[in-house]
Ligand binder design. Structure first.
Ligand code: BMA
Length: 846
């Protein structure tokens, strides 16, 4: 096989315009117009409004190219389009090859007869996606809660806007485009499957070959082990068109594990088609050896929902993943690496690829394999009724999902195929649409699972998220299936609501926070940054979102004077909400087997539920995730003067160590303290102790005490928790007189932070850098020193870093107004129409 890329420099223009502009492929309209200086950056201020016209127009892309003589010498030449977004008409040298209407599919055309040996011209015309969905919605009104008409088009649904994303329906060639030439034969479908039996693993490759002019075909399977060693098996093919099976027993197989449970040894499997030793075609796959199932066994509470990897039931820890940029083609493998590395660094082992985005790039799955991040893969349907009763639509979707299954089924990281996002949950609203209801039931509960079972019998299928497993029956139940728990945030319930929910698997729950000040400055300008500015409103898409953020902030804190403190406090509230939920569900393992919070990332700079903002700055939540997702983690269940201490142990073996605890005043007067040995049971949580501090609380006052517990392996502190006995707004925090030292250890900075009195939520910032600290937004008790490290930013000196470090804590926040005015504001925020509306709905859903 010979390939010739057609990616790179192209030309683009509005259809019928005479003005050609330079374009980049892969790419799209918005990014090309931006690069050509034709539109302002849609991510800044309210520019998004100014650029809506782009998606209303039709656009033409064009490239002239010369085909290499070798390629023209092949028997067969195909034009391969890895992604056309979306309504494209493709013409080669003036002859139309075809039209497309699904950005998730790969399209191939045989083009040898149409290619010249001189200059060739390829043109692709993209029709307006907005005009298309409007016209189709007019002809047939599909019910949805957002973006009327989007469900008619197989395009990223959130391109039309979402409650965290802008409406920027880009068009263009968004994935690789190339020519491929073949002679004599070519590889068709390749299916790799593993068979595990008592420590032995065999690999089977079932390979389809298309041949037209071969006489001595050989098919080879090469396996390269993680240590470089290779194994190989060969079969010869004598002209039949039956699939060929190659089986290889793997020497000393090394198992792949999710992050935190073991290593991720990766093997390369290469399939090579040769004729008299000449390679005709080949394909390479990265694989990891593991078994995986989703156990749904009856138990005293209902039915489990537990992923079992290599026989070990795991607690899934992670977040929901949305497209990492509104313009997908500009994401590089380096971007993906940073995202996935940040997940592994926060002790995550699972991401859910959400159904309103797209089937991700190979780079994404490569990295998930490499970092041990399991993927809960949604099919691309979200929050709408799809016209699955229209044969043409269904046929289009069938090709799309089958391609996605074939592309991803060999992946070590793949854990689950999931039908859609929230369609089962919403369907109660759409029951009266009889034909759509029947089609939805048929598709997600019969057809799609049958296709998955046929093409990928080795992975489980789940019809919807959330789902009970059955259409419109008790969705979001704590007895079975997965749940989306939006009573906190949309329903304005207190965080402790999570503790009343004994879900089997929480696949969505979240709270918004502001992104970092750097990111805000980038999109909203510097002066004055104010939550009520146009720019801040524009970059907030959840209805009443800013009010809800303030509502939650005022539940526990007071209204700060500075905007930077508003960022700090909203981020702390977000981290606290998710921590309370996750710790509760980990305490209730195995009743609960997973927590994926909404959401990991953003597609543009925005105020949202993300734990890492669009620029890659970690919010307080991402740091908290590193702590509450730690493999061995302490948690405290406080209730008035009662404190129950738990340790969750994700290892399949018991864990032994010591734990220390102390009850002291905020100024450091010790009330009680002790330390003990402990053994934490495997794959569960162990209650270490239940304290009742009623007497101490009476003596010292609830607003003056802090309880701390810490877990040690030798003298290494693995997990640490503190709890107060009153809300922060009721406590007069003493000045902790924080002081710190900074030293350099090779390419790292090491900070030692000491407090003279209890310091709440200590926040380190290295101004001008995006360095990730080993810990942040943590508590320090009186006279304690906590060590934190971070990479020394490239090109920096220690002295420079010392000047740029800011260390502060909650005691530094200056409040505006009074406790009474804050209380009134809190009350009023909860009564705002948008808040009331979602409150009523989510109380009703519960
Ligand atoms: C969930 C998601 C998204 C949405 C999020 C926040 O339901 O599936 O549709 O962005 O809630 O509202």
């Amino acid at each position: 096989m010979i390939a010739q890329s057609l990616s790179g420099a192209w030309q683009m223009r509005e259809v019928n315009s005479s003005k050609w502009l330079s374009a980049t492929v892969p790419g799209g309209t918005y990014t090309d117009l931006l690069a050509a200086g034709q539109i302002p950056d849609p991510f800044i201020g309210e520019n998004e409004k100014e650029v809506q016209w782009v998606a209303d127009r039709d656009w033409e892309y064009c490239q002239e190219f010369i085909v290499t003589p070798e390629l023209l010498g092949e028997d067969r030449v195909e034009l391969v389009c890895g992604g056309l977004d979306t309504l494209a008409e493709i013409a080669l040298n003036g002859q139309v090859l075809g039209q497309t209407n699904n950005m998730f599919r790969t399209y191939r055309w045989e083009v040898k007869e149409r290619l010249f040996s001189g200059i060739n011209t390829l043109t692709v015309i993209f029709r307006s996606p907005v005009a298309y969905i409007d016209a189709h919605q007019k002809a047939r009104k599909l019910p949805t809660l957002m973006n009327g008409g989007m469900a008619h088009l197989r395009k990223v649904q959130s391109h039309f806007g979402w409650d965290w994303g802008p409406r920027l329906p880009i068009s263009g060639i968004w994935r690789e485009i190339k020519l491929e030439g073949f002679s004599a034969a070519q590889l068709g479908e390749v299916h790799l499957q593993q068979h595990h039996d008592q420590g032995k693993v065999s690999l089977t490759a079932t390979v389809q070959i298309e041949q037209w002019n071969a006489n001595n075909l050989n098919l080879e399977l090469y396996l390269t082990h993680p240590n470089g060693k290779t194994q190989q098996v060969t079969a010869s093919e004598k002209g039949s068109n039956e699939p060929i099976r190659l089986v290889l027993d793997i020497d000393s197989p090394q198992l792949w594990w999710p992050n935190g449970l073991g290593a991720q040894p990766l093997y390369q499997a290469q399939i090579k088609l040769t004729d008299h030793g000449r390679c005709l075609d080949d394909q390479t796959f990265q694989i990891g050896l593991r078994q995986l199932e989703l156990c749904q066994d009856p138990d005293p509470w209902g039915r489990t929902f537990t992923f079992v990897v290599n026989g070990v039931p795991i607690f899934a820890k992670g977040a929901d993943w949305i497209p990492a940029d509104s313009f997908p083609a500009r994401l590089t493998p380096e971007h993906y690496e940073r995202w996935i590395r940040d997940c592994a660094a926060a002790n995550m082992n699972m991401l859910r690829v959400w159904g309103g985005g797209y089937y991700e790039d190979e780079a994404f799955y490569d990295l998930c394999d490499r970092y041990g991040i399991l993927v809960w893969q949604d099919f691309m349907f979200a929050c709408a009724a799809y016209p699955l009763d229209e044969p043409e639509f269904l046929e289009n979707v069938q090709v799309e999902v089958q391609e996605a299954i074939r592309r991803l089924r060999h992946r070590a990281c793949l854990a689950l195929w999931n039908g859609n996002n929230e369609i089962e949950m919403m369907w109660g609203l759409w029951k009266k649409h009889k034909s759509l209801t029947a089609a939805c039931d048929r598709f997600f509960y019969q057809q799609l699972p049958a296709w998955v079972a046929e093409l990928d019998p080795d992975h489980p299928y789940w019809p919807s998220s959330p789902s009970s497993g059955n259409f419109m029956q008790k969705t979001n139940s704590d007895a079975f299936g997965d749940t989306h728990l939006w009573q906190v945030w949309h329903g304005l319930k207190p965080f402790k609501y999570f503790r009343r929910r004994f879900t089997r698997f929480a696949s969505e729950f979240g709270l918004e926070a502001l992104p970092s000040l750097e990111t805000i400055t980038e999109f909203a300008g510097t002066n004055p940054v104010d939550l009520d500015s146009q720019g801040m409103h524009h970059h907030q898409r959840s209805v009443g979102g800013n009010d809800k953020m303030l509502y939650y902030l005022l539940d526990r804190f007071r209204l700060p004077v500075s905007f930077s403190d508003l960022v700090y406090l909203t981020q702390i509230q977000q981290a606290e909400a998710i921590r309370i939920g996750v710790e509760h569900w980990r305490r209730n393992r195995p009743r609960c087997s997973g927590a994926l919070y909404w959401q990991l990332n953003d597609c543009w700079p925005v105020t949202s539920w993300a734990s890492v903002d669009h620029a890659g700055h970690w919010k307080a939540l991402q740091y908290a995730a590193r702590r509450f997702y730690a493999p061995v983690a302490l948690s405290l269940e406080e209730d008035g003067s009662l404190v129950r201490v738990f340790v969750a142990n994700d290892h399949p073996q018991p864990w032994q160590g010591t734990w220390h605890w102390s009850l002291e005043t905020l100024n450091g007067e010790m009330v009680e303290t002790n330390s003990e040995q402990l053994t934490a049971s495997p794959l569960s949580a162990t209650c270490l102790h239940e304290f009742d501090f009623a007497r101490a609380v009476k003596k010292y006052g609830a607003a003056h005490l802090v309880f701390t517990a810490a877990l040690f392996s030798g003298d290494q502190c693995l997990s640490r928790q503190t709890t107060l006995f009153a809300k922060e707004k009721q406590i007069a925090l003493p000045d902790p007189e924080l002081h710190w030292t900074m030293t350099q250890e090779e390419d790292h900075l090491v900070m030692a932070v000491t407090a003279n009195a209890f310091a709440r939520f200590v926040w380190l910032q290295l101004e001008g850098s995006n360095s990730i600290f080993s810990n942040n937004f943590f508590d320090v008790v009186a006279c304690e020193t906590v060590q934190v490290s971070c990479p020394l930013p490239a090109g920096w000196t220690l002295e420079q870093a010392q000047c740029c470090l800011h260390v502060r804590s909650l005691a530094d926040v200056v409040y505006t107004g009074s406790k009474v005015s804050d209380a009134v504001k809190h009350l009023l925020l909860g009564l705002k129409p948008a808040s009331l509306f979602t409150r009523i709905i989510f109380n009703f859903i519960e």
